[in-house]
Design a protein around this ligand. Structure first.
Ligand code: SF4
Length: 88
């Protein structure tokens, strides 16, 4: 039996697959440390979904929603080329 989800872990939906056409179009990479910097020269070291303005997961959460992938979740450590710095 899995432990009950904590109230803060309200993220739902399947994880985005890097191979989804929408993910490919955005250069979504499940592990930001593996972003192809040749393909994505705009990649900023240290950027990831978890510090993106569009990330809907709670601070420090492993995964959460992103409006660019409706009904799905992105990993906090992932990245895509629409990344925008979260203003604290
Ligand atoms: S827009 Fe931000 S939160 Fe959404 S997938 Fe791209 S980097 Fe992650």
């Amino acid at each position: 039996m899995a432990p009950p989800a904590s109230p803060t872990a309200v993220a739902t939906g399947p994880l985005v697959d890097e191979k989804d056409p929408a993910a490919v179009a955005l250069g979504y990479t499940a592990d930001a440390s593996k972003v192809d910097k040749t393909k994505h020269p705009q990649y900023v070291a240290g950027s990831a979904c978890s510090n993106c303005a569009l990330y809907q997961g709670a601070a420090g959460s492993a995964q959460g929603g992103c409006p660019l992938f409706p009904g799905k979740q992105v990993l906090g450590k992932a990245w895509c080329n629409a990344w925008a710095k979260k203003v604290a």
